[in-house]
Design a protein around this ligand. Structure first.
Ligand SMILES: N[C@@H](CCC(=O)N[C@@H](CS)C(=O)NCC(=O)O)C(=O)O
Ligand SMILES: [Co+2]
Length: 356
């Protein structure tokens, strides 16, 4: 693949509605718009028939954000100790669900209402999981990876790759392994509001994955009339769409990566998708589960996901609606490689945090 062809080359200026200023529009997405009517017919979802304006308003407000990565560990205390003592995370909350025989612990570098965190799951009695070959790593940004590695080593942590420039580049990285075998890449960079900065997953077709994540998180398909289409793309891009932040081909090491996210790579968590030349399939194991992303409307999001999975592969695994017992509304789906995402109702999530 020619990775640069994925990036927009030019930008257009178009007038926005409601007294907004001139806006910049990337031409990359302009061909990808379908008619709102066909979307509703094709989606078959229980979405009320909204006008383009309603949808625009919605797109404007649908501030999507990565909430957490969910995965299974064999011993909660052991992992909490490693993450707090060695990686510098804070324990944010814990919950035990004895009826379902599992517990959760949430850890990260800041409060959950503004930070990406990890949600550890402990299933009673299960002390080992298979991580598989598809899951790559989480990453933590640090101003001094050499010092951090020495610190982790002195506390008994397992260093899988010594600090030094990444092969084929200059950024200083290292890899450490947590008690269950999950890798954490340590990336040297300046001060950042969000040290927990990557979830790396391997995919079999990078262009397909990029299209998928752009589309499920752009709400463009709903929009009918053309000027509204253009404004909606802009608004989606600004307010809620997952953006392709960069791609990098590394032919010497036969892989290409794509960074997708909602903000600058140095400011916020990104999904790092890795394509290894010629490798189209990986094992999933049973350890890593999913990432959660907030949305203001799981039903509308579900309709978008439904369309995109029909076009590009993947499938909805849980139709939009409240989870029995907890009442948080979610919709979950698999991407074309089988990686799971859960879209979580933004207000229900704040309720879970005790903030709404
Ligand atoms: N074959 C690798 C491709 C991805 C890759 O190599 N990523 C870089 C970081 S962006 C890396 O891990 N480099 C290892 C090193 O520099 O030692 C994989 O699937 O993990
Ligand atoms: Co990485």
């Amino acid at each position: 693949m020619r990775s640069h062809s994925l990036l927009p080359e030019r930008s257009y200026l178009v007038p926005a509605r409601a007294g907004r200023q001139w806006i910049k529009l990337s031409p990359l997405f302009s061909e990808e718009i379908s008619d709102s009517s066909s979307v509703y017919m094709a989606s078959g979802a229980e979405v009320e028939s909204l006008s383009s304006e309603n949808l625009l308003e919605w797109a404007q407000k649908d501030k999507r954000r990565f909430l957490h990565a969910v995965y299974r560990v064999g011993n909660l205390d052991r992992t909490i100790e490693f993450y707090t003592e060695c990686l510098g995370m804070k324990l944010l909350r814990k919950r035990d669900i004895p009826e379902e025989k599992y517990s959760n612990a949430f850890l990260g570098f800041g409060p959950e209402d503004s930070h990406f965190v990890v949600e550890l799951t402990y299933n009673y009695g299960v002390d080992k999981y298979d991580i598989g070959t598809g899951f790559g790593h989480f990453a933590i940004a640090s101003e001094d990876v050499y010092k951090l590695v020495e610190d982790i080593r002195s506390k008994g942590g397992k260093i899988k790759r010594e600090p030094g420039p990444v092969k084929g580049g200059t950024t200083v990285i290292a890899f450490v392994e947590d008690p269950d075998g999950y890798l954490f890449e340590l990336i040297q960079r300046g001060p950042t509001p969000e040290p927990l900065c990557q979830v790396m997953l391997r995919v079999g077709d990078l262009e397909r994955s990029i299209k998928f994540y752009e589309k499920v998180t752009y709400i463009i398909s709903f929009i009918g009339c053309s000027i509204l289409k253009i404004c909606a793309i802009y608004i989606a891009e600004q307010a809620c769409g997952m953006k392709l932040l960069r791609t990098k081909d590394n032919p010497d090491y036969k892989y290409t990566i794509a960074m997708l996210g909602y903000a600058e790579e140095t400011e916020s968590i990104v999904l790092e998708l890795t394509y290894n030349y010629g490798v189209t399939e990986y094992t999933k194991g049973n350890a890593y589960a999913q990432v959660a992303i907030s949305t203001e409307d799981v039903y509308k999001s579900g309709a978008v996901v439904d369309l995109v999975t029909k076009e590009l592969g993947g499938k909805i695994t849980r139709q939009p609606g409240p989870i029995p017992g907890i009442n948080t509304k979610i919709v979950s789906f698999l991407d074309p490689d089988g990686w799971k995402t859960v879209l979580v109702d933004h207000l229900d999530f704040l309720k879970e945090l005790g903030q709404a």
